[in-house]
Each structure stands twice: as structure tokens, then as C-alpha cells.
Write a protein that binds this ligand. Structure first.
Ligand SMILES: C[S@@+](CC[C@H](N)C(=O)[O-])C[C@H]1O[C@@H](n2cnc3c(N)ncnc32)[C@H](O)[C@@H]1O
Length: 350
């Protein structure tokens, strides 16, 4: 029988049908759905659809010596379940900003917890001091756009080729409280959509690097991702509330040679030869096109200005109110009334 583990190929190289035929080999143990249904230990909290996605995505990693990181562990139940799901895992690291998570005790010695804000460099260094490369990283932390984006930029370089970076609850990207909104160009899901453009970088035909596409977001959120890391983005898959970014060596991330086979061309006699020579890419132009994120950034700048002006106005208002309530202002009221009375009609002032 074909042993997938011998081939270092991305999971998406296998159709569902092939995956299903391989399933018995990899699913000797219970599915993640089963493990969640039967779990009695620490509380775990995941949406039902995630379990199905995970079962489909992760079975080829099940018997490997993987290293997993989960950001956001709360009561620790998900880590317990991952430890049952990934029997051969080496490290199962959890990270949570809540110091109470540091008191959690796990029977399984492969589980370790780092306390801290996963978007901060110092926390990332603490994680990497326990395990410097991961095969699976799951972000189930704060779900704010800023945290998701900044954490991704810090940890994606530490994901192994062939690994998965998974962001849960990305539906929060549609909500303002989480730094999102349907048309918000600065939301985490907008960032992920940009990553999906990066998958098709070789076809842009414009004089931009992958980094250039992220430039405005990089400046806004103050993160960096270098061109070579971005070149390892193999795929970006969206399902309901989840985004899965797969990392692969950059040689997998090209369209490759065009393969035309067979002899009979009864319909299209002359198949165009586009793509047979990669240098044929037709240059495209960005003339007349504006990156919508620039509008979003201008809006953010204006909002900040309005906020600061409103604050300034409120401070002035308070001074005026204070003056109006002061004794000296009240005592001199008859004098101002007399002045108004003596002034010619139509020129009176308060
Ligand atoms: C939805 S819960 C995690 C649930 C857990 N993964 C599970 O499946 O049962 C979110 C957790 O993320 C933590 N969190 C929030 N912001 C964080 C941050 N910036 N870094 C690390 N953890 C964070 C919270 O303290 C909370 O425990």
C-alpha cells in the first residue's frame, strides 16, 4: 500500500477519494470528532465544523513526529485532545495570555504551556526556546485582526515546509470590536486574502514584490515578513470561520511546466502555446488602479485627527463651563448686562 509518509507532498496533492482509501492506515485511532464526543477531562471549546475540517486536514500528520503550537488554550482541554489525536507528536505547546493557564497540570509530558501575549516578540521567543520549528500552528487566541496578523508574521517563518498555519474564528474579522468589518481592508481576513494573491505571484505581471503587496499593512501593524518566507506560501484555504495556510518549499509553489499530451485535437486544432515558455508573461499595468487599502489608511488617519480634535474641543468646553460657573463670572453678570443695555441696538454681545 502507498505510504504517504514516505512522500513529502502537500496534503492537497491527494484527492478526497485517495485520502479516504488511506484513512484506515491513518485512522487506527478515533477521529477528532470522536475524541471530542468522548472527552471527559479539561474543558475544550471548538465549533463542530472545525472538527470535520481538522479530521480531513490532519490525518496525514497523525503518525508523524510533529510539533504543534496552539495559541489560546483557556482550560487546556484542546491540548489534552491534541495529545490523544497526535500520539507520535514530539511537542504540544500551548500559549495563553491568561496567567491562570500557568497553573494547569497536564499528565502528558509532551505538553508545555507558555504564558504571554502571542503577538509579542518576547512570548514568541519563549515559545521558540521550547521548540524552534512547528508543523502545525493553530491561532485560537484573541481573534483581533492586529493580533492575528502580527502573530502570523512572527511565527510563520518558524513553521516547517509541509506544515499548516490555522486561524480559527476568523469570523471575528467581520466585526468592528475585533478590528474588522465586511469591507475593512485592515482586517485579518483582508490580510489573508492578500496572502491568497501571493500564491499567484508569478502571474501578476507587474513590477511588485510579494512584500510590496503587504507594505501598507506592514506599516500599519508594524510587522515584517521577508520575500523568501512569503515565497513559501503554498495555499490559502478558506472555510467557514477558518483559514488554513500551507507552507511548502518554494519549488512547489510554481505552476511548473505545461503538460500537453495525447494525439487527437478534433476540437481545438491549434492549442495555444501560452505558458510553455515562462518568459512569455504579458506585462500588466497598474495604471488607474489604486490599492483600496490606501483609502482605508487615509480614513484611519482622518478618524484619528477627528478624535484628537474632539478631545481638544471637549477640554476647551470644560474650561468654558468652569469659567461660566465661577464666582467672578457670576458677580460681574450685572456689569455685562449694563454694557449690553448701553450698547446701540443690534450690537449687543453676551
Ligand atoms: C477561545 S479561547 C481558547 C479555547 C481553546 N483553544 C479550546 O479549543 O478550548 C481563547 C483563549 O485565548 C487567550 N488569548 C487571548 N488573547 C491572547 C493573546 N494575545 N495571546 C495568547 N493567548 C490569548 C485567552 O486568554 C483565552 O484563554
Amino acid at each position: 500500500m502507498l505510504n504517504v509518509a514516505e512522500f513529502d507532498l502537500p496534503y492537497s496533492f491527494f484527492s478526497d477519494a485517495i485520502s479516504a482509501s488511506l484513512a484506515p492506515q491513518y485512522n487506527m485511532e478515533k477521529s477528532l470528532e470522536d475524541l471530542y464526543a468522548k472527552h471527559r477531562g479539561k474543558k475544550a471549546d471548538k465549533w463542530q465544523s472545525y472538527l470535520r475540517v481538522y479530521d480531513k486536514l490532519l490525518h496525514i500528520y497523525r503518525n508523524r513526529n510533529i510539533d504543534l503550537l496552539e495559541i489560546g488554550i483557556q482550560n487546556g482541554g484542546s491540548l489534552e485532545i491534541w495529545s490523544q489525536f497526535f500520539r507520535s507528536a514530539e511537542h504540544l505547546i500551548g500559549c495563553d495570555i491568561n496567567p491562570d493557564c500557568g497553573t494547569l497540570h497536564f499528565e502528558d509530558e509532551r505538553i508545555d504551556v507558555v504564558i504571554g501575549d502571542a503577538s509579542k516578540k518576547c512570548t514568541q521567543e519563549a515559545i521558540l526556546s521550547k521548540c524552534d520549528k512547528f508543523d502545525i500552528i493553530i491561532d485560537d487566541g484573541s481573534h483581533t485582526s492586529a493580533d492575528i496578523i502580527v502573530t502570523f508574521s512572527g511565527l510563520f517563518p518558524h513553521l516547517r515546509d509541509g506544515g499548516l498555519y490555522i486561524v480559527e474564528d476568523i469570523h471575528c474579522s467581520y466585526w468592528t470590536e475585533f478590528g474588522g468589518g465586511l469591507y475593512n481592508q485592515l482586517s485579518a481576513i483582508s490580510f489573508m486574502k492578500r496572502l491568497s494573491d501571493i500564491v499567484n505571484f508569478e502571474h501578476w505581471g507587474v513590477n511588485l514584490t510579494r512584500r510590496d503587496l503587504l507594505e501598507p499593512l506592514k506599516n500599519f501593524y508594524r510587522f515584517d515578513l521577508d520575500e523568501s518566507d512569503l515565497g513559501h506560501i503554498y495555499s490559502v484555504d478558506f472555510t467557514n470561520s477558518m483559514v488554513v495556510i500551507q507552507k511548502e518549499s518554494s519549488e512547489y509553489n510554481t505552476l511548473g511546466k505545461r503538460i500537453i499530451t495525447g494525439k487527437n485535437a478534433d476540437v481545438a486544432h491549434q492549442i495555444n502555446t501560452y505558458g510553455e515558455d515562462q518568459s512569455e508573461l504579458i506585462p500588466q499595468t497598474l495604471e488607474g488602479l489604486v490599492d483600496p487599502i490606501n483609502y482605508a489608511l487615509e480614513l484611519e488617519e482622518r478618524k484619528a485627527k477627528i478624535d484628537s480634535l474632539s478631545q481638544h474641543l471637549r477640554a476647551k468646553d470644560e474650561i468654558i463651563q468652569h469659567l461660566l460657573n465661577s464666582t467672578s463670572w457670576k458677580v460681574t453678570r450685572p456689569l455685562r448686562a449694563l454694557k449690553n443695555f448701553l450698547q446701540p441696538p443690534g450690537t449687543s454681545q453676551q
